[in-house]
Design a protein around this ligand. Structure first.
Ligand code: NI
Length: 217
């Protein structure tokens, strides 16, 4: 295995265009396990990388960006969601605002048995969306950019975002977990499947949703 000089790789990236170019599916960097952050980058360089990732996420626009999506094989992700959606979507999807966060070496585990399904997309798979069944609530652990310990439960849309971004750091894309029959172009989602929940899409495209227990709606 070729040893990567991470500070050089990051410096080369930061010397290039802004927003940073986003790597698309098919690039092996999205499929490799990333390295835990353990002092490979100095704090000043780490902060410059985080700033550039945040700018890139805003420019896309997106609600999360993982370091491999800009070609850096380290366990770093940024998340931020202004949740500029209708009250109905907010209610059904639990899409509440998520303030800017940096996740370093994150992991998650389910914090409830409930699983919920919604359309989601990825900046590395532009132009497409699919329904992904995810844990409704997770326990998120890791560090922030200052090295402070994160250990908290996350629910609603923010739980979906942290699962999606943490998955990136393990070489997993949302398409690996998607209901493949739900795979839809962004135009089809906008025209047909923009309801708050994917029930109509499940019926018309013939894919299964997790069963809802009474009282969970
Ligand atoms: Ni993604």
């Amino acid at each position: 295995m070729v040893k990567i000089d991470l500070p050089d790789l990051v410096e080369e990236l930061l010397a290039g265009p802004r927003p940073l170019p986003i790597v698309a599916a098919g690039d092996p960097v999205l499929r490799r396990r990333t390295l835990p952050v353990e002092g490979q980058l100095g704090s000043e360089q780490l902060n410059r990388l985080i700033t550039a990732m945040r700018e890139t996420m805003h420019a896309a626009p997106g609600v999360g960006l993982a370091a491999p999506q800009v070609g850096i094989p380290l366990q770093i992700a940024v998340v931020e969601d202004p949740a500029d959606v209708s009250p109905e979507v907010r209610e059904v999807r639990g899409r509440v605002p998520l303030p800017f966060r940096v996740l370093i070496n994150p992991t998650y585990e389910p914090a409830s048995d409930q699983r919920i399904a919604f359309f989601e997309g990825c900046l590395s798979v532009p132009g497409w969306q699919a329904v992904v069944v995810r844990h409704a609530r997770v326990r998120l652990r890791g560090l922030d950019e200052k090295g402070q310990v994160l250990d908290e439960e996350v629910a609603g849309w923010p739980a979906r975002i942290v699962q999606h971004e943490t998955d990136h750091l393990g070489g997993t894309l949302y398409i690996d977990r998607a209901e493949t029959r739900s795979f839809s172009s962004a135009a089809a989602v906008a025209e047909r499947w923009n309801q708050p929940a994917p029930d109509a899409a499940a019926q018309a495209l013939d894919f299964r949703l997790p069963s809802r227990l009474p009282g969970q709606d």
